[in-house]
Design a protein around this ligand. Structure first.
Ligand code: SUG
Length: 442
């Protein structure tokens, strides 16, 4: 077994963060549609969360935002081949397409990819499959640009430590939303673990109500591509009831790390079957510690509006029990606040709750866990990662300075139609990627 750490790569929130109301089935996105956003505050909140991780002694990475508005999307649709023309024409003919081209949704890095650490794969390499994000138009634009960034972030070294695989075929049968529907359980990060894939539907099933964004077929394909051991891999169906209540990803009702799975009573279609399958898959590796939150204590609606489960569950240096890094909305919702108090007073695996303010992102349905992609890396693998994206407090200060200098603190829907805002947003993007030492992205 090699020593390994879990690195959280957070998406740095882009200068066009706005409330577009683009995500069907995401209650927060619908509720706040059309509101004025504050991209500067959003990015600063995200960076403060990263700072908290660095201060706690964890390895923290960052993924760059993407250039927005995304001209190739607008020009493909015939709105024009330069930014001013395309922005003005789309604003006039189809504001929905313009909002799509402006979306800063790549901030939710949990949807960027599914990652299997080398300890789990039969190739003994880290495998990373980019998510096609096929269900939502604005999100389907993300993966190709990310693919380019990852070439610089995880460069193909001679030993190819980290294999970045393209997204699955972009079709509804293979809808894939990445790590938001994937949890890895293990005894220690560097040891072999169990990978839990959660899907909302099977290919070909008719879709009614809120969309199920992940198919079983996508999960199975990723498990094959990543050369996972079938006996250490579990596929579980997300409860339809959870999707209908607004849990558009499994990570809205479940989070796990090491041997602990923290989830709502109504997260899975078959809770007993899922736990039994996890125990069987983990046999000889670790003893599963399930922490199920009953509906009677936290109603599903509260779990979803507060994002109790969209928390980061972390093993911090020097602490025996796990820490739940939860959004402040969890503290402000009576049932979840009460539950958290009881949780830490008990003697279960979670010993502390730390609240973070990521309200700007939360108002689009993205909590602390949505904002990060977990990548378990051995020391050797970590050494191959582009150093510019591994953060210390100095780099966080520098990024915050760039944000303060280039991001607006007020963005109204009508601003999107202004070509000078488009130019401003692209300048901000360039300043960020320069600060991350990723010049090839400009
Ligand atoms: O895909 N919101 C994102 C939130 C993603 C949260 N991620 C996880 N749960 N892992 C989504 O629905 C809203 C954008 C808008 O409406 O402008 C949005 O895309």
């Amino acid at each position: 077994m090699s020593k390994a750490v879990e690195v959280n790569f957070d998406g740095l929130i882009g200068a066009t963060h706005n409330y577009g109301g683009l995500s069907d089935g995401n209650l927060a996105s619908a509720k706040n549609a059309g509101d004025v956003s504050n991209p500067r505050e959003a990015a600063l909140q995200g960076l403060e969360k990263m700072r908290m991780m660095v201060r706690a002694g964890l390895t923290q990475g960052v993924l760059p935002p993407q250039p927005r508005p995304w001209l190739p999307f607008l020009s493909d649709l015939g709105y024009g081949t330069d930014i001013p023309t395309a922005v003005e024409t789309a604003a006039r003919l189809c504001p929905q397409h313009l909002k799509t081209a402006y979306s800063a949704s790549c901030m939710w890095a949990a949807n960027a990819a599914t990652v299997s650490p080398s300890a789990d794969t039969q190739t003994e390499m880290v495998h990373l499959t980019l998510a096609n994000l096929h269900t939502m138009l604005h999100r389907s634009l993300e993966w190709e640009t990310l693919d380019r960034s990852l070439l610089d972030i995880f460069p193909a070294t001679s030993d190819l430590y980290i294999q970045v695989d393209p997204a699955l075929h972009p079709h509804a049968d293979f809808s894939d939303e990445g790590a938001a529907n994937h949890t890895r359980l293990c005894g220690d990060f560097g040891e072999q673990g169990v990978e839990l894939f959660v899907y909302g539907r099977r290919a070909g099933e008719s879709m009614v109500g809120f969309p199920a964004r992940q198919t079983l077929e996508a999960c199975e394909a990723i498990a094959r591509r990543h050369y996972l051991r079938p006996e250490r891999t579990v596929f579980a169906r997300q409860a339809r009831r959870a999707i209908e209540a607004g849990a558009f990803h499994n990570d809205v009702v479940c989070v796990g790390t090491l041997d602990t799975l923290f989830f709502h009573e109504f997260a899975f279609e078959d809770t007993d079957g899922t736990l039994e399958a996890l125990r069987r898959a983990g046999d000889g590796l670790f003893e599963l510690k399930p922490v199920m939150v009953p509906e009677a204590e936290v109603p599903l609606a509260d779990a979803i509006s507060s994002y109790l489960f969209n928390s980061q569950l972390l093993k911090l240096p020097g602490e025996d029990r796990l820490v739940l890094v939860a959004p402040t909305e969890t503290r402000d919702t009576p049932s979840t606040a009460r539950y958290c108090e009881q949780l830490v007073a008990g003697n279960g695996p979670i010993g502390r709750v730390h609240y973070v303010d990521v309200r700007q992102s939360m108002r689009n349905g993205g909590g602390p866990a949505c904002l990060r992609l977990r990548v378990v890396l051995t020391e050797e693998e970590l050494a191959s990662v582009h150093a510019g994206v591994i953060l210390d407090e100095g780099k966080i200060d520098a990024l915050q300075d760039v944000v303060r200098a280039t991001y607006r603190d007020r963005l109204a829907p009508s601003d999107l139609a202004d070509p000078s805002f488009a130019a401003e947003a692209l300048t901000a993007y360039e300043a960020i990627v320069a600060a991350l030492e990723l010049p090839s992205l400009i």
